[in-house]
Design a protein around this ligand. Structure first.
Ligand code: DP6
Length: 402
């Protein structure tokens, strides 16, 4: 091997998924360790549609730790990146000192290069930090030979990232301890558990979110008495009910809890002082549309949830997807020649009855939704075996294609 070439045995590439909370995390009791004021529960989305890919490499030739995100070099001294890196190196050192032959001692003294990309636009306002930190921690753990519980480390990168460490349906238990050791994610059901469940991400706007979740939740903790009530008196019961709804695959119960919890989260944002508005007029229109659609059929067929931005995430069952997509397309007519409206998992065509359109009876909002990403429940982080997929070249720098 030439002197200036990277030893690919010290290069690892992994992917990690996006997750969407159906019982929301909002508020921390410890900012540094990222310990939440309530437990939360999420659904992991399929990586065929939404994922982060990360390559990490060590080499004696590297002068310093470096990171590139979506083609741009970022500051590696960022405290949350440092928390994850330090923690993985600490665990690797511990394993080596305990005599684990899987941990090469030289890679621990070497610097690391990290390169990460998303397969979806960051500007779409989707939860990229969760997939990003989950992927970072999973990749570094593989690189340094660290095994075992890793969600507690991903949590220190971004709270919601701990839930992206598993596939299927995942709960993040808030924990009781001050050191955060019991604030970890656990899978409550695997991705194969509920195969009929479908997810549609309605991308409402390409604008960046107005207030980031980190600072938004800080203000909410300081000023909202509704948030305190929610964390103490509402979420514990909902966590139990949601767990049961998932186990039973009871869509109406799952859907109702999901919508109520999203609404309460946004109510706590309004109760924050000064108030935080994440929902737009398009979001409100989606909420009305879903309720009118459900009442037309006299049953809960579709549910919405919104995070810290205007995009709606829709849950429904496979058999309702074609018609509901037509409904969205009718009430949010896309730009003609505006590119593909439905991306991801293929959706069959369905006819829309005049009766349904009339019974929904909303005024269409042209171009309110840019596009829909159709997806399903998916697995947790994976290792990419093919070295051709590494994002770092043999010189340890991002490949030109990244
Ligand atoms: C509304 O995990 O992004 O998406 O821990 O400060 O990084 P930090 O916040 P983050 O918050 C996510 C909030 C949410 C709800 C959720 O995913 O549970």
């Amino acid at each position: 091997m030439p002197e200036d070439c990277l030893d690919t045995s010290n290069t690892v590439t992994c992917t990690a998924p996006v997750n969407i909370a159906v019982i929301k995390y909002w508020g921390k009791r410890n900012e540094e360790l990222i310990l939440p004021i309530n437990s939360s529960l999420s659904v992991t989305l399929h990586q065929d549609q939404l994922k982060t890919t990360t390559t990490a490499a060590t080499s004696r030739l590297f002068q310093e730790d470096r990171i590139w995100l979506n083609g741009k070099e970022e500051d590696i001294t960022h405290p949350r990146l440092q928390s994850c890196l330090k923690e993985i190196r600490r665990l690797a050192r511990k394993r080596r000192n305990d005599g684990d032959p899987g941990v090469e001692s030289n890679s621990l003294s070497h610097k690391v290069h990290i390169c990460s990309v998303n397969n979806f636009p960051t500007a779409a306002g989707l939860a990229s930090s969760a997939a990003g930190f989950a992927c970072l921690v999973y990749t570094l753990a593989r690189l340094f030979g660290v095994e075992g519980e890793l969600s507690g480390i991903a949590r220190q990168g971004s709270g919601s990232a701990c839930r992206s460490m598993y596939g299927g349906f995942v709960q993040w238990l808030m924990g009781q301890q001050d050191d955060g050791k019991d604030s970890v994610a656990q899978q409550v059901a695997p991705e194969t558990h509920w195969p009929e469940l479908r997810i549609l991400v309605l991308v409402a706007s390409a604008e960046r979110k107005p207030i980031g979740s980190t600072s938004g939740m800080q203000t909410s903790v300081l000023t909202s008495s509704l948030l305190k009530h929610r964390a103490e008196s509402v979420v514990p019961g909902r966590m139990m009910e949601m767990n049961e709804a998932v186990q039973r695959k009871d869509f109406p119960a799952f859907a109702e809890l999901t919508m109520k919890d999203s609404n309460q989260f946004h109510a706590t944002c309004l109760d924050t002082y000064p108030p935080i508005f994440y929902l737009s007029s398009v979001s409100h229109q989606v909420i009305n549309l879903v309720h009118r659609y459900n009442s037309h059929y006299g049953e809960t067929r579709v549910a919405y949830t919104f995070d810290a931005g205007p995009n709606a995430v829709i849950f429904t069952l496979q058999q309702h997807v074609p018609e509901f997509v037509q409904v969205v397309q009718h009430f949010f007519p896309p730009e003609i020649n505006g590119g593909q409206f439905i991306k991801g998992h293929p959706v069959n065509h369905a006819a829309l009855s005049e009766e349904l359109k009339q019974s929904i009876g909303l005024e269409p909002m042209p171009r309110g939704i840019s596009y829909i990403i159709s997806t399903k429940v998916g697995p947790g982080p994976c290792v990419v075996q093919d070295p051709a997929q590494h994002l770092l070249g043999s010189d340890g720098m991002p490949k030109k294609t990244v």
